[in-house]
Design a protein around this ligand. Structure first.
Ligand SMILES: [Zn+2]
Ligand SMILES: [Zn+2]
Length: 296
């Protein structure tokens, strides 16, 4: 039974209307489809839903839910960035949007010493306009670890962490941990994505300090009862040679019984069924706790 709950659209940085995703899903025998546009953030950017269009997004998903009821189970969700000092509590977005689920993800990392300064800046941003100078000040404090360009990753590492990869990676995992503890997202998104642009240059996945940080986050996921995503986007975009999290981490997660859900992080309708062998892998290792549909 096919499903996918990690889906973007033209409302954020994806291509295509919500309806096109629904039609693609129906044509490929999906039973469930969740929309998880990038949550609005209070600074200029090219990836998130504009605050001014947030309610339109939620309303359109709800109207498709009604229209397609009985044919496919559509859920209203959001992929929310946890950013210390800037976006720490998911409650307002959940309540104002009437969300049914959340994917909590970290794409943007400030220096931990700057949290208070960021909190101050965030209060100064006039919502819903995210494009004023104070918004730019916030954007300049963030290391963007995602996106297509390795140069962006390298530049941010220098600018925010003066090239100290261990400090940057530690901040990434601590940010994930704080997000999980505070917000208990339905799904913890791609929690080792910090490796994507590393490409073995700054550190190896097997290094002890990296493994310790990674497993600490895994342990926290287990303790809080969240489910973890298996994200396939790196594979079909040829940006990474593994799932997020990596296969060896998934083997470890299986010993802890952590529930996992496969998401393709679709940014166009044809990405919806790019599962890249995830189910075959899970079957091969006898993964015990696979979630296929959300009952929210
Ligand atoms: Zn993401
Ligand atoms: Zn995403």
């Amino acid at each position: 039974m096919l499903s996918n709950y990690h889906t973007h659209s033209h409302y954020c940085d994806g291509k295509g209307a919500l309806r096109e995703y629904v039609e693609y899903a129906l044509a490929h025998d999906f039973k469930a489809l969740g929309f998880s546009g990038h949550a609005p953030v209070p600074f200029p950017n090219k990836f998130s839903i504009d605050q001014a269009h947030y309610q339109d997004y939620c309303n359109e998903v709800r109207s498709l839910q009604q229209e397609y009821a009985g044919r496919i189970d559509i859920k209203l969700g959001l992929e929310i960035d946890y950013i210390p000092g800037v976006l720490e509590d998911f409650g307002d977005l959940i309540a104002s949007g009437g969300l049914q689920y959340t994917i909590g993800s970290v794409h943007l990392i400030p220096h931990p010493d700057r949290t208070e300064a960021l909190r101050h800046m965030e209060r100064g941003v006039a919502r819903p306009q995210a494009d004023d100078r104070r918004g730019m000040d916030i954007a300049n404090e963030l290391w963007f670890i995602d996106g297509p360009r390795q140069e962006t990753y390298d530049e941010g590492l220098q600018r925010i962490f003066h090239g100290d990869i261990r400090a940057g990676v530690k901040a990434f995992f601590y940010q994930n941990n704080a997000m999980i503890e505070r917000n208990r997202p339905t799904i913890v998104g791609h929690f080792d994505k910090i490796v994507m642009h590393n490409k073995g240059r700054y550190f190896q996945y097997e290094e002890h300090w990296f493994r310790d940080l990674l497993y600490e986050t895994v342990q926290l996921i287990r303790e809080t009862g969240c489910m973890a995503e298996i994200n396939t986007r790196g594979l079909y975009k040829c940006r990474h040679d593994d799932f997020y999290p990596a296969k060896e981490t998934l083997r470890h997660m299986n010993t802890l019984g952590i529930p996992v859900i496969v998401g393709t992080d679709a940014h166009e309708p044809a990405n919806l069924d790019r599962f890249e062998g995830a189910f075959e892998f899970l079957k091969a290792i006898g993964y015990r706790n696979i979630v296929s549909t959300l009952s929210c």
